[in-house]
Design a protein around this ligand. Structure first.
Ligand code: SAH
Length: 376
């Protein structure tokens, strides 16, 4: 048996040998990894196809690889895949997946059918450092960033569980976490998912939602694989936004919207502005009129998210008439607007309702057990 040439990686407890986790690697890195084992590099691309296009992670099942290479891979490599702890399906078909990572931490990912597309809502962090006032995840703080392999791994698991092929689903980075706070891993994951030998997920099928980390938005604007951009706006004055979305104290509305004006939005695309509606806080006609003015000159559309109430969240959801009146002001001024229909509320899979419930987890899991992720 050859010694494993890789220096990185987790310990293999059973064999006390370092293991390389191939789930973290791009096609080029997989080629290099295979070459380091003395095999032709193209086998690296075949491994990517097995993992992402066929959902196969057992080396023994990768039947077009030489038997000797399969044995060597099994000896010194792993393909870490988030384990499915449980799944719950709502009456509207929304399915919430509770996933366990290699270190035992848990995250949630959600499948939302027919919106009209099939959509996977994916997490980018365990917890979140952004501390938005109405978001339960924000209350918990950041536990850790997800790796690229853990982000892409959620997509592998959901594609496998739903049986959906690549060209048939969209991805929203709207689960737990702030994707631009975990920039490199998020972009690496999108690169892996976009590879045509794997899932071939075109970046235009991906929407990245952010609180507005300005330097990262500027950087995103230069990426070759640029996802659609969604901005969590939520307020129309700096005073109100700073109270709801604390990062606004560093990157204020003017700076954020200027960055949006500069953002290279393709011809048919628009920036989505998410606006959580909080009764008596940001849902007045004056707010709607200010929002119209703020968005002037931006190729955007507004997505109103009536608050999903949750224990510990000191805000109320406005009634439907109030939401409609707000939407009407926007529409009358030529701003595209939609009201996000809340999906999966009966299984707490809706925005701000996801919660990793405690009680049946190992002691080391207490913090993660308290975490919540949010989406609509
Ligand atoms: N961190 C990123 C993505 C995660 S959340 C961001 O903030 O954009 C996706 C959306 O759900 C965000 O717009 C967020 O503000 C919103 N959200 C969070 N909690 C909510 C709740 N309780 N009700 C409605 N929307 C909520």
């Amino acid at each position: 048996m050859l010694a494993c040439p890789f220096s990185t990686a987790d310990r293999n407890a059973a064999m006390d040998r370092p293991q390389t986790n191939l789930a973290e690697l791009t096609a080029a890195e997989l080629e290099a990894a295979v070459a380091a084992l003395g095999a032709p590099a193209f086998h690296g691309r075949q491994i990517l196809t097995w993992m992402y296009a066929r959902g196969v992670t057992r080396f023994a099942d990768m039947t077009d690889l030489p038997a000797a290479l399969r044995a060597r891979l099994a000896d010194c490599c792993t393909i870490a895949t988030p384990a499915l702890d449980s799944r719950q399906t709502s009456s509207d078909g929304t399915t919430k997946f509770l996933l366990r990572l290699a270190d035992g931490r848990q995250i949630e990912a959600v499948y939302i059918p027919d919106t009209p597309a099939q959509t996977f809502c994916i997490s980018t962090q365990v917890g979140c450092a952004m501390a938005c006032a109405f978001c339960l995840t924000g209350k918990m703080g950041l536990v850790r960033h997800l790796t690229a392999g853990e982000i892409a791994g959620q997509v592998r698991v959901l594609a496998h569980e739903t049986g959906l092929a690549a060209a048939t689903f969209n991805i929203v980075l709207m689960g737990m976490g702030e994707p631009l706070h975990n920039y490199d891993a998020t972009m690496k994951a999108l690169g892996i998912l976009a590879d045509s030998r794997g899932l071939g997920l075109h970046p235009k099928r991906v929407t990245l939602s952010t609180v507005g980390l300005l330097p990262a938005i500027e950087k995103l604007a230069t990426e070759p694989l640029m996802p659609n951009l969604a901005i969590s706006l939520h307020a129309t004055t700096d005073e109100a936004r700073s109270a709801l979305v604390p990062i606004n104290k560093r990157y204020d509305l003017t700076a954020l919207l200027d960055a949006c004006r500069r953002f290279p939005v393709s011809r048919r695309a628009r920036i989505t502005f998410e606006y959580v509606m909080l009764a008596g806080v940001n849902d007045s006609r004056d707010d709607a009129r200010r929002l119209v003015r703020l968005l002037h000159g931006i190729r955007g559309k507004v997505n109103l998210l009536p608050l999903n109430e949750a224990p510990g969240i000191p805000f109320r959801r406005p009634d439907e008439a109030r939401v409609d009146a707000f939407a009407r002001v926007l529409a009358e001024h030529g701003v595209r607007v939609s009201v996000r229909k809340s999906r999966g509320r009966d299984i707490r899979a809706a925005c701000g309702q996801l919660i990793v419930e405690g009680g049946r987890k190992s002691p080391g899991q207490r913090l993660a057990d308290q975490l919540h992720s949010s989406r609509a």
